[in-house]
Ligand binder design. Structure first.
Ligand code: GLC
Length: 563
């Protein structure tokens, strides 16, 4: 039996391009990360998940891989990578790599072969189809705007790309594709890495025939997710991967699985399933979107957020494992999205961390979250770099004639570059990230929000994260205890308990700037209670039953029932 070490671990995600630049070219790199290992160790995290560091033409910042066995030149060399791994291991830190195998770059040798002729042995590594009546083979939309098909004049056929046109989808129904993927996974696992985060892994099996999606838009395109999200053979493939590769190593795996329900997650990550350790679900990332998808912004309600997260807590308890996250390299900054990035930035960043990290599951901290980094609102589309943002702008403004101000506003609220501005290390030029010109401008608030300042300030978000991580380490009950939501209908307070044997945790979070009254529900009894953590000074003793919360205040009590 492999040990489930990842259940008590805290993961820190690094987006290498934006973390730390060691050579002044404006792009983060591996030596930059090596130089910050003290920082990561002091924070107290156990695992680093590295967004892709493989050779790539960077159409999607490394999520378009040209060579799975080579390090991206801008990031360094294989020697740098090996040094990073060795140094991490000698500090007791683990390293998880990003595995992007739903698609490759169009510059990957497999695709170069594949597109060269219809009878090339690699043709069937991808999805090639003839057009239909002068149109694409089906009506699927790409996640990055426009059709999911690109015409290729060499052979007069179209290839499928669910993401950018430089990210052709691999055909997992072809057994050679699967064996080649398993080989490259072994290549990294044999170097000693500690697991994989698997990019859009629930998209690898497509329904044969690739049927049209329903409800086409004005331009005739439709989301085809019914035919590739959690597709017909995905579990067969993951079980095969587990049998042939994963089960031979003591590693963790987390699948990025947009569009999964808790029932689906039990199939991907059920303790008895031999597939993945856990998945990233996206339901809570949808509470501020309307039916038009991510750019269709709507105000979010705390009751929705509570309902979603609680359902995941309940439905996975005892049978599968949750991942816990509010941010990553694709999402806006949590403190801007669910907290207050103005007057209560520090309080609300601490409150959000408390609410999330004391739930059951493995917490993920995205670089900068631990100092309360915020969204950015660049004045012009010229300031942006993300392919998703640029395609969205082209489609809506340049082709669609929509109001540029409105489109820019959506980008300010939801755009992925919010998370990708360089890590703010200090008040020095370019936030201490680079001595050159950063590939994406730093957030102008870096003189206020930065690591140097946070480390020097005992009341900072950073030191609060340290404490939360310490707490998780100190009390093993936080791994296994059952989660129960209390006050489900309260519109300002998110409160829950975690219970195991005689021990009960009470977590109370005020999500807004008001001052609501917390009243402990009658059913919860205890003999002793102790305030373990709060983001405000709390003087009154043993006031668990009833108290008034200050703006964005959170409190964590540990209570003991009498035997
Ligand atoms: C995942 C990644 C995202 C990337 C996409 C295509 O969603 O997190 O950054 O653009 O997959 O690889």
């Amino acid at each position: 039996m492999m040990q489930d070490w990842w259940k008590s671990a805290v993961v820190y995600q690094i987006y290498p391009r934006s973390f730390m630049d060691s050579d002044g070219d404006g792009i983060g790199d591996l030596r930059g990360i090596i130089g910050k290992l003290d920082y990561l160790q002091d924070l107290g995290i156990d695992v680093v998940w590295l967004s892709p560091v493989y050779d790539s033409p960077n159409d999607d910042n490394g999520y378009d891989i040209r060579d799975y066995r080579t390090i991206m030149e801008q990031f360094g060399t294989m020697e740098d990578f090996e040094q990073l791994l060795t140094q991490m291991h000698s500090r007791g830190l683990k390293l998880v790599m990003d595995l992007v195998v739903n698609h490759t770059s169009d510059e990957h040798p497999w695709f170069v072969q594949s597109r060269s002729s219809q009878d090339n042995p690699y043709r069937n590594y991808y999805f090639w189809r003839a057009g239909k009546n002068g149109h694409e083979p089906n009506n699927w939309l790409s996640y990055f705007s426009g059709s999911a098909w690109e015409y290729d004049s060499t052979t007069g056929e179209y290839y499928l790309h669910l993401f950018s046109r430089k990210q052709p989808d691999l055909n997992w129904d072809n057994p050679s594709v699967r064996q080649d993927v398993y080989d490259l996974m072994r290549f990294w696992l044999d170097k000693g890495i500690d697991g994989f985060r698997m990019d859009v892994i629930n998209h690898i099996s497509k329904v044969p025939g690739l049927p049209d999606g329903s409800h086409p838009n004005e331009r005739g395109y439709a989301w085809g997710g019914d035919f590739f999200v959690n597709g017909p053979r995905v579990h067969e493939y993951l079980q095969e991967m587990n049998r042939q590769v994963l089960s031979h190593y003591n590693i963790m795996t987390v699948g990025e699985t947009g569009g999964v329900s808790p029932a689906d997650a039990r199939l991907y990550a059920g303790f008895d399933r031999q597939e993945l350790s856990m998945v990233f679900q996206f339901e809570h990332m949808g509470v501020d979107s309307g039916s038009g998808g991510k750019w269709d912004i709507k105000p979010w309600k705390l009751t929705d957020l509570k309902q979603v997260l609680s359902r995941w807590q309940q439905e996975l308890h005892g049978v599968a494992w949750n991942s816990l996250y509010f941010g990553n390299h694709d999402q806006p900054r949590p403190v801007s999205r669910f907290g207050d990035d103005g007057a209560y930035r520090v309080e609300s960043a601490k409150m959000l961390a408390t609410c999330l990290m004391l739930q059951q599951g493995t917490p993920y901290i995205y670089q900068g979250e631990e100092i309360g980094m915020t969204n950015v609102a660049f004045p012009s589309i010229e300031d942006y770099r993300d392919v998703e943002i640029l395609n969205f702008w082209r489609e809506r403004v340049e082709q669609g004639g929509e109001d540029p101000e409105q489109v820019l506003h959506a980008i300010h609220v939801k755009g992925r570059d919010n998370a990708r501005t360089p890590m703010q290390w200090s008040a020095d030029d370019n936030a201490g990230f680079t001595t050159g010109k950063p590939w994406l401008e730093v957030n102008p608030n870096y003189r206020e929000v930065n690591v140097a300042k946070a480390v020097a300030d005992a009341n900072s978000v950073y030191h609060y994260y340290q404490e939360l991580i310490r707490l998780r380490r100190q009390y093993s009950s936080l791994v296994d205890a059952r989660y129960d939501l209390i006050l489900p209908d309260h519109e300002e307070i998110y409160a829950y308990t975690r219970s195991q044997a005689m021990e009960q945790w009470l977590v109370v979070c005020n999500f807004f700037a008001g001052q609501p009254e917390f009243i402990l529900p009658a059913g919860i009894s205890y003999e002793i209670s102790e305030l373990v953590l709060s983001n405000y000074p709390v003087t009154e003793s043993a006031a668990v039953n009833q108290f008034t919360l200050r703006p964005y205040e959170c409190r964590v009590y540990r209570m003991m029932r009498q035997a």
